[in-house]
Design a protein around this ligand. Structure first.
Ligand code: C5P
Length: 317
């Protein structure tokens, strides 16, 4: 095969707890991550020259080394120089549907697709856990994007414990096109404002991260209790992002007051807000109601649903 077309789904955070500082400068987290149907398409093609080329339909997405998909290809070329020499360079075409800098892991899932795709293109035979390990050097969310589905994520977010898949929840996403939140800014601001309440003792840090496994939201996931999940949604980063972005707070409040919404929250470091529903019909109705309540063309709204997979091959030639 000389080319692969891959589906790279976005994620939402059903739970995000910041526990403390890590020696590597990151934060120790306890999260529940969930793949959703909103996805980018990544096309990978071997090219005869030994370089990496990125194309993207979205004008804000860089095509140079600052693009995580580029860095994923570079990592594979560095790790597997013989395969790179044998198969040549790679052309990566990103068809972007996932909003950028939105808290939906759009960049991370593109990088995950490049790792999965090059593994196939160069016939490397790497296992999923080997791909996740490589992915963790690119970004904290990349391993989850490789695996997908529903999972508890601890450590930086790269240590995954799969949970039974949730495929029956409908999701409406709201994102202001022109609003972007830097993940690094959100964590830095959180540390400045709430760092004095972090757990410092390393044993307690581990115990707190492990506690998520027996927490009420995980129990609701295990029971497939959609209402229970929706009531226990939590994201510590809302404490810094919502006060800084009043539009996002307002969007969250509009969702919260609509009938049929089981629960609403910001995803990751935002600014995307999501709401959960039992049916597609309810989700579509609330999308229309939010569109009427907020007459701003900058607000993008999507209906999607939870899905059970990460990166998937759509076709190969
Ligand atoms: O891992 P990733 O590159 O996606 O993280 C982006 C930024 O978010 C990091 O540079 C760091 O500032 C912050 N972060 C953190 N703790 C984590 C994950 C991310 O402080 N566990």
């Amino acid at each position: 095969m000389h080319s692969y077309s891959l589906i790279a789904p976005a994620k939402i955070n059903l739970y995000l707890e910041i526990i403390g500082n890590r020696a590597d400068g990151y934060h120790e987290l306890a999260m529940i991550l969930q793949s959703i149907g909103l996805a980018d398409q990544i096309d990978l093609r071997s090219i005869s020259i030994d370089s990496i080329r990125v194309h993207c339909n979205h004008p804000q997405v860089p095509t140079d080394k600052s693009n995580l998909a580029y860095r994923a290809a570079e990592l594979m070329a560095r790790q597997f120089p013989e395969a790179f020499a044998k198969y040549g360079g790679v052309e990566i075409t990103v068809n972007k549907q996932i909003p950028v800098a939105a808290g939906l892991a759009g960049g991370s899932t593109n990088a995950a697709a490049v790792l999965v795709g090059i593994n196939l293109l160069w016939k490397l035979g790497l296992t999923q856990s080997e791909l996740e390990e490589l992915g963790s050097t690119l970004g904290s969310d990349v391993p989850f994007c490789v695996a997908g589905g529903t999972a508890i994520a601890t450590g930086r977010g790269e240590q995954l414990s799969p949970l039974p898949s949730l495929d029956n929840i409908y999701v409406v996403l709201g994102k202001y096109r022109s609003l972007e939140v830097s993940t690094a800014w959100a964590y830095k601001t959180y540390r400045e404002q709430f760092g004095n309440s972090y757990i410092r003792d390393s044993d307690n840090l581990v115990a707190r991260a492990n506690a998520v496994h027996s927490g009420t939201i995980v129990k609701a996931v295990l029971d497939k209790d959609v209402g229970g999940i929706a009531q226990k949604l939590h994201n510590d980063l809302e404490r810094v992002v919502l006060p800084a972005y009043p539009q996002v707070l307002q969007l969250r409040e509009v969702f919260a007051n609509k009938e049929g919404v089981l629960g609403t929250m910001m995803s990751g470091s935002g600014p995307t807000v999501f709401a959960l529903f039992e049916s597609q019909q309810q989700a579509e109705l609330v999308l229309l109601q939010v569109r009427e309540a907020i007459l701003d063309q900058d607000l993008e709204l999507f209906v999607t649903r939870t899905i059970t997979h990460g990166i998937k091959v759509a076709s190969s030639v």
